[in-house]
Design a protein around this ligand. Structure first.
Ligand SMILES: [Zn+2]
Length: 377
């Protein structure tokens, strides 16, 4: 570990030490962390059954002050359309979604640099993750959520003792409300604060270790803001620079066709936001109108020689049902990755003899009402 982490601003190029709670640059842009040094396989704390086994690679100054045992999630093999596939069960985190990787590392950093009360906006999973870890750390916490967020997620936030502000309208309206409150308490935004990506990068380390210190050919990830894509890119980049891996997996960002900012930019060959038509989607966790790090996510996908896949709304329910029958009960957002794999196998982008990982980002118990509706239960 080292406590000398630095922020760099992609817009104005300034760098500054990560020694105080910050969520963006003075110029208004998001901040990134400078490249990490990674670790060699001999530096893994092998007795630690959580993401903290990779703490030598994390840009923190101290051992974690708050942990709920996040990370080191199962990687299970199942057959999908007759093809062997590994499913990474990020749904089996302390709060039931992959967000706990990012939250745990981000909050431990913020605690190190002296944060007080925090707030956040979320479609649900990040909110319940941050509310839960704030509770574990004893930090006051307020979460802004869409009025339409699944009830299970709102209940989870409330049970952690966080104050809930329910905002009518779009997901973007929820973000605007949280931005407007940024003077009152610290805006611990998982979409802005780069230590969240420092946490999600441990997914790359974990897959590398679980594949016997090799990497799979393909990784499919439900993508709203792209924190898992950015974490995978950062983690595999560090391992590549350390000489631990010789190549990177292809990364496929999966979106719901009804709200697909990255797919629109991808199809246009653009480096940033392009206007697109949007509608309702059952995949509430990835219904993002304006991703923060658009260019970085597109670059990460291009660097990996992967792609962005938009899944038709009608294919999400059948994918969720098929996953359930494999013993994998996930929320609709996570099911998009299964639907995307079917598309990529069908069009030959992914071949049966390749090793493929599907990241299942959130548990089905998060969204039982939506799932009941979707499957006619
Ligand atoms: Zn700047």
């Amino acid at each position: 570990m080292d406590g000398t982490a630095r922020y760099c601003c992609p817009a104005c190029d300034r760098t500054l030490p990560a020694d105080r709670p910050l969520w963006r640059c003075a110029c208004g842009s998001h901040l990134n962390l400078t490249p990490g040094r990674g670790l060699a396989r001999g530096q893994i704390a092998g007795a630690e059954p959580s993401l903290w086994r990779y703490r030598a690679a994390l840009a923190l100054g101290h051992p974690p002050r708050v942990s709920l045992g996040e990370g080191w999630t199962p990687l299970v093999e199942r057959s999908w359309a007759g093809v062997p596939v590994r499913f990474k069960l990020e749904s089996q985190m302390p709060t039931g979604s992959f967000k706990d990787r990012g939250t745990a590392v981000m909050l431990n950093h913020l605690i190190e640099v002296g944060v007080g009360a925090i707030h956040e906006d979320s479609s649900g999973n990040a909110g319940s993750s941050i509310a839960t870890y704030a509770a574990a750390a004893g930090l006051p916490c307020r979460i802004y959520v869409p009025a339409t967020a699944p009830r299970g997620k709102i209940v989870q936030i409330a049970a952690a003792g966080a104050e809930i502000c329910t905002i009518p309208g779009s997901r973007q309206a929820v973000t605007e409300a949280a931005l407007a409150a940024a003077g009152d308490s610290f805006y611990a935004s998982h979409n802005w604060q780069p230590f969240f990506i420092e946490g999600t990068k441990t997914l790359a380390y974990e897959l590398w270790e679980q594949f016997g210190f090799t990497v799979p050919d393909n990784i499919l990830v439900p993508t709203g803001y792209g924190s898992n894509i950015l974490g995978l890119d950062r983690g595999f980049g560090e391992l590549e620079r350390r000489g631990e891996i010789a190549r990177r997996p292809r990364l496929f960002g999966v979106q719901a066709e009804n709200c697909a900012a990255f797919a629109a930019a991808w199809a246009a060959g653009a480096d940033g936001y392009v206007a697109f038509a949007s509608g309702d989607t059952v995949a509430d966790g990835i219904a993002t109108m304006k991703p923060v790090r658009m260019l970085e996510v597109l670059n990460a996908v291009r660097r990996s020689q992967g792609g962005i896949v938009a899944v038709p709304e009608a294919e999400i329910g059948p994918a969720l049902a098929a996953l359930g029958r494999l013993g994998l009960f996930v929320e609709p957002t996570a099911a998009t990755a299964g639907a995307a794999l079917s598309l990529l196998l069908r069009d030959g982008t992914i071949r049966a003899d390749e090793t493929t990982v599907v990241v299942l980002t959130g548990h089905g118990l998060k969204a039982t009402e939506k799932i009941a509706e979707l499957l006619g239960i």
